[in-house]
Design a protein around this ligand. Structure first.
Ligand SMILES: [Ca+2]
Length: 166
């Protein structure tokens, strides 16, 4: 009985010791991580993270989005289909509408923070941005005749307050 009580007290105290540095704002930086699924048929997907200029964000992206129904050749990774031959290879898709960022790959995964966009590729790391972290599928035809299937799976890692103030 007595040993049990001491054991519990020791456990509680060691818990306090572990928590103390974080509560004091020192120690190891805070790291948050989760997987966000970005559907190919949705224009924007909220990551749920609001980031600050001193946060470092690291993204690792897997998965495929198919930008034209029933065409397996249209299935691409997060870099999308190259712009150079898009009009020649997919004339009907190309004619249907204007994509969000016409310099980036078709159906590529774009990162959007406060309307500032950059391509994620398979992997990217950035800092110095502030706002809600969104993902955008770079395709104007998300549903219907030229609609999309598939999704990207994004491992999002946010390290809080690890870079100097820009
Ligand atoms: Ca499409």
């Amino acid at each position: 009985m007595r040993t049990g009580k001491t054991g519990w007290l020791a456990a509680a105290l060691s818990g306090l010791v572990v928590l103390a540095p974080a509560a004091a704002g020192g120690g190891k930086p805070k790291v948050e991580q989760k997987v966000v699924l970005v559907k190919g048929n949705q224009a924007g997907t909220n990551s749920g993270y609001t980031i600050g200029p001193r946060d470092r964000v690291t993204l690792n992206v897997a998965g495929k989005v198919c930008f034209s129904p029933g065409a397996t050749q249209s299935c691409v990774g997060p870099g999308g289909w190259g712009r150079e031959d898009y009009p020649q290879s997919w004339p009907d898709d190309w004619n249907s509408c204007a994509d969000p960022e016409e310099t980036e790959g078709l159906a590529a995964l774009l990162v959007d923070v406060d309307n500032e966009r950059l391509p994620s590729g398979d992997h990217t790391t950035f800092s110095g941005k502030a706002g809600l972290l969104y993902f955008v599928i770079n395709d104007c035809s998300l549903t219907g005749e030229y609609g999309n299937t598939g999704e990207y799976s994004v491992v999002v890692k946010v390290e809080r307050n690890v870079v100097p103030q820009p």
